[in-house]
Design a protein around this ligand. Sequence first.
Ligand SMILES: Cc1cc2nc3c(=O)[nH]c(=O)nc-3n(C[C@H](O)[C@H](O)[C@H](O)COP(=O)(O)OP(=O)(O)OC[C@H]3O[C@@H](n4cnc5c(N)ncnc54)[C@H](O)[C@@H]3O)c2cc1C
Length: 387
Amino acid sequence: MNHKFDALVLGAGAAGLLCAIEAGKRGRRVAVLEHAERVGKKILISGGGRCNFSNILCQPENFISANEHFAKSALARYTPADFIALVEKHRIPYHEKTLGQLFCDRSAQDIIDLLESECRAAEVQIFLQCRIQEVHCTTEFVVHSESGEFRAPALVVATGGLSIPKMGATPFGYELAQQFGLKIVETKPALVPFVLSGKDRSRYCDLAGVSAEVVAKSNHHAFREKMLITHRGLSGPAILQISSYWRKGQPIRIDLAPDCEITRTIRESNVRNSAAAQKAFQGVLPKRFAERWLEHHAPTAWNNEALAKWEKQVHDWVIKPADTEGYEKAEVTAGGVDTAELSSKTMECLNVKGLFFIGEVVDVTGHLGGFNFQWAWASGAAAGRAL
Ligand SMILES: Cc1cc2nc3c(=O)[nH]c(=O)nc-3n(C[C@H](O)[C@H](O)[C@H](O)COP(=O)(O)OP(=O)(O)OC[C@H]3O[C@@H](n4cnc5c(N)ncnc54)[C@H](O)[C@@H]3O)c2cc1C
């Protein structure tokens, strides 16, 4: 079978579907080719099943890229308010959790239903279980698949990153970019828990499940949120956020008592011993974690000088992760198609007319909190409006 369209979108995830909707609304005949048996599988598992679909506090600073300015244009032209308008049009109940994060009240399925319904209205054709064998470009793009040959003058690559291979993630987008001579910024797992080395693991990991509010720091970035001890290392929002900035071999620094002067009560008291130090952590760290941390980081003496040093250590616990949990557990892939290859207005390749890259496959990575979907919507809309 030979299918002819105005645009082909590869990947029926967040970015691909929004792009197809925008182009379809403008009268383009669009086909979305997806190798899975259904659309939006990652949307369904996102946000713990409730999809943190956007963030009302979205700013360009919430994104990581070799070119920090690249995302600005697309983000400004498709804002959280634009997606919220769609959510409200479909009467999907939602709420703000914390820090501007918007979640569905019911289920992430609501977002998939919204996208499918908008696709139908825009007469977008979706081809599922469509395995792509080859892509080449003559006077137009030709995609060979097990479901036949698809042709169009425009090709949008929205095949996502490498995280969660079990869900169907593939390196397809990067390989296609390389086929067309585009540069790739090295990829790495991001928003991912850390694995601790043997020594630290035996010190702390039997406390799995214990959490505390901390400030986690790496490479001049800091996040104040919860940290969670796991069976293999550290997780929780503060850790996931900082993992996106961390490079293998580096330590991370953790303030265990943000805004607290832990030694004040000890200095003011006549009793200066480990029981007093433990008590000083009351209301700041969970008791079990405070006890354990103190076992390995007791003050060297109880005079004011030693206590001042120890205070510093409490606010600057240096710990060196062995590694991250990798793509199996990473929420996103950092790096990707080099933004220097793309127009920031349309996501079209500067050197290959008609070829577009959108969503996670591009070297733009959001912080935790709905920013990755906002980038998927915004970059999808930017390309969809240019088709
Ligand atoms: C567990 C988890 C929870 C998350 N929660 C959130 C959240 O709450 N909020 C948030 O903002 N972000 C969240 N994210 C990140 C977010 O899901 C992604 O950033 C976003 O889905 C990227 O959209 P995309 O369209 O670029 O890629 P994807 O959503 O990954 O879509 C890519 C599509 O392309 C298809 N595909 C891949 N290869 C091929 C191929 N060769 N041929 C055809 N089709 C192909 C895939 O099957 C998939 O359908 C979460 C991620 C994970 C893993």
